[in-house]
Write a protein that binds this ligand. Structure first.
Ligand code: HEM
Length: 124
């Protein structure tokens, strides 16, 4: 299995997370428990599967500093939606900042993942 194929499952889970995320936003507060939990659990599954596949892919070959940098960015951008998501649902954080971070972090995570795949390309 090439490096890209390993990221099909995380990719599908990620897209499902987005779909439920937008659905959740449109439903508004108080968030419907079912959609909220599905969004949260699929997001968790996506993060776990991505981490496993990334570590598997990394075992092959030497690591370059730029790859480590991308992985740190990816890690932070995967943790950020969990923190902001929890804050938004706990009603503590009002205002748009949390939602903005919640939107931008996944985008950056995807960019970092693509960069990682590019660097790993051909050797995993
Ligand atoms: C990889 C992880 C995640 C991704 C990619 C993600 C993505 C999204 C997206 C795209 C939206 C729609 C935002 C919009 O309308 O522009 C959303 C909404 C939301 N997400 Fe997530 N999410 C993730 C994890 C989580 C987690 C773990 C939680 C809860 C602990 C959470 C709670 C929420 C809530 C409460 C909203 C609704 C915000 C609103 O009021 O509009 N998310 N998410």
């Amino acid at each position: 299995m090439g490096p890209a194929a390993k990221f099909v499952t995380p990719g599908v889970l990620f897209i499902l997370t987005l779909v439920f995320g937008f659905w959740l936003s449109r439903s508004g507060k108080p968030y419907p428990a079912l959609i909220f939990n599905i969004h949260k659990l699929i997001a968790l599954a996506a993060a776990v599967v991505t981490a496993i596949q990334t570590f598997n892919a990394l075992r092959i070959g030497e690591t370059q500093p730029i790859l480590i940098g991308l992985l740190i960015v990816m890690g932070l951008c995967v943790v950020a939606p969990f923190v902001t998501g929890a804050l938004m649902s706990a009603k503590k954080a009002t205002g748009r900042a949390m939602l903005t971070i919640h939107r931008i972090a996944p985008l950056l995570a995807v960019l970092a993942a693509l960069g990682t795949l590019y660097l790993l390309g051909g050797r995993a």
